[in-house]
Ligand binder design. Sequence first.
Ligand SMILES: Nc1ncnc2c1ncn2[C@@H]1O[C@H](COP(=O)(O)OP(=O)(O)OP(=O)(O)O)[C@@H](O)[C@H]1O
Length: 275
Amino acid sequence: MTGFQREKGSGRMRTEQGDMERRELREPAGERHGPVVRLEQVWKTYGAGESEVRALAGVSVDFPAASFTAIMGPSGSGKTTLLQCAAGLAEPTRGRVVLGDTDIGGMRERELALIRRERMGFVFQSFNLLPALSGRENVVLPLRLAGRKADARWLDTIIRRTGMSDHIDRFPHQLSGGQQQRVAICRALMARPEVVFADEPTGALDSATGEEILGLLRRSVDELEQTVVMVTHEPTAAAHADQVLFLRDGAIVGSLRLPTVATITHRLAELSGAR
Ligand SMILES: Nc1ncnc2c1ncn2[C@@H]1O[C@H](COP(=O)(O)OP(=O)(O)OP(=O)(O)O)[C@@H](O)[C@H]1O
């Protein structure tokens, strides 16, 4: 039985002691390697003139390899825009986004689509599975579209590790929300991407199922050396990360390493009081 499966269904509540244990486990991660994604002085404005909105205002940040970063901040602070710029889904107005050693600024959409398909994975709040395809077909679809053959052993590994062995050949409407998100995680991991971007991945799930999904993302970092960047509103979700970045008005106004629910909640209160 894998660690992934052991946690399945436990719905365990997070504790400070659990946080301490995880700290020891994950402390070296991220220190070993350089950044997988780097944003340098990224600005993003939408619209022009009176309707201009400044969504990002000079964000510089590194997302280290094999580390889990959570991005938090009030509604409208620029979290999704930051994720979209990092993933090449939105073009910065100014600044640089570098994936590995590739500057993705100014690339054509076709090139970017290829990079997203082959070098990035995505997990969204709404799962985004194709309803006419089985779970397994959804997982391998991006590779198929890229004209690549799925690595059968790796496919088997991630299906097992996400606890989906008995359900992967069902269609999305035959799966629970948590199972659909597990399929989405398999799909995100299938191409062995350099980075997985997750936007509120537990937003549509009950808290116990959400904990299971976060546990899977955590283990993808610890056991598969995956790099994960996640937007979330929930301190309980962000506490799974190695670092939390706090955004306000499009700028990073704070960060926490080795966060716990208590330290995140405290920092959020400080930041909202400092307005
Ligand atoms: N396509 C767009 N056109 C115009 N303005 C936009 C667009 N996308 C985002 N914005 C604006 O940019 C700012 C940042 O939006 P963003 O969605 O990044 O914030 P967020 O922190 O993710 O918010 P939430 O937590 O509510 O999802 C907001 O003021 C938003 O209204």
